[in-house]
Design a protein around this ligand. Structure first.
Ligand code: PGA
Length: 226
């Protein structure tokens, strides 16, 4: 099981240090923390597995505001999220740029969590499978690439996919690729047990509930098979 914390644009360096000093996850679960860029260095010092939230496809160049795979590697960062729906929605990220970012990160030896997922409108109009097929099909195949199924309607909304919806979407994604598939979208300590017990669910990408050390630790505990 892989449990990843996506902190989005939350936590300064001192807040990151305070979280990681208290954080004591159980053995037997792969835990990844994805802080904002400014907190990556502090987070790496904790000895935990740290991923960035995005990464560029070039190792250097005139790309104001971007961070390269080589920069992350030198810092001791182990990987990156790519293609998060907030990047796709607010920063015009596409299937193509997501794939380029993933390929460059993998080539640099980094791990990748690539996000896919349909909007509410796409689900309601029967387009879910087509959208997932397109998004997953654009991604490279690699044993260091994990797919996060994050239905856009469930992110930060408190509307979690039911375990059955989640299982169905994960099984569909797994019919397209060999990658591990983790679930994201309003995961919390109350619903994580039901979601993580589904056969096709290999872990979780946790946003809001990962900001509090006790609630994130509780989710990590629920990932351990009983
Ligand atoms: P959420 O975010 O858990 O706050 O819904 C998940 C994500 O966006 O990765």
């Amino acid at each position: 099981m892989l449990i990843a914390a996506n902190w989005k644009m939350f936590k300064t360096q001192s807040e990151t240090r305070a979280f990681l000093e208290r954080f004591d996850p159980p053995e037997g679960v792969d835990v990844v923390i994805c802080p904002p860029y400014t907190s990556l260095g502090v987070a790496v010092e904790s000895g935990r597995t740290i991923y960035a939230q995005n990464v560029h496809w070039q190792n250097e160049g005139a790309y104001t505001g971007e961070i390269s795979p080589a920069m992350l590697v030198e810092l001791g960062v182990a990987g990156s999220i790519v293609g998060h729906s907030e990047r796709r929605e607010y920063f015009d990220e596409t299937d193509e740029t997501t794939a380029e970012r993933a390929e460059a990160a993998l080539a640099a030896g980094l791990g990748v969590i690539a996000c896919v997922g349909e909007t509410e409108e796409q689900r309601d109009t029967g387009m879910m499978e087509g959208v997932l097929r397109r998004q997953v099909g654009a991604l490279p195949r690699h044993d260091r690439l994990v797919i996060a199924y994050e239905p856009v309607w469930a992110i930060g909304t408190g509307k979690t996919a039911t375990p059955a919806i989640c299982q169905h979407a994960h099984a569909f994604i797994k019919s397209l690729t060999d990658a591990r598939v983790i679930y994201g979208g309003s995961v919390n300590p109350e619903n994580a047990g039901g979601l993580l017990s589904q056969a096709a669910v290999d872990g979780a990408l946790v946003g809001g509930a990962s900001l509090d050390v006790d609630s994130f630790t509780a989710i990590c505990r629920l990932a351990i098979p009983s």
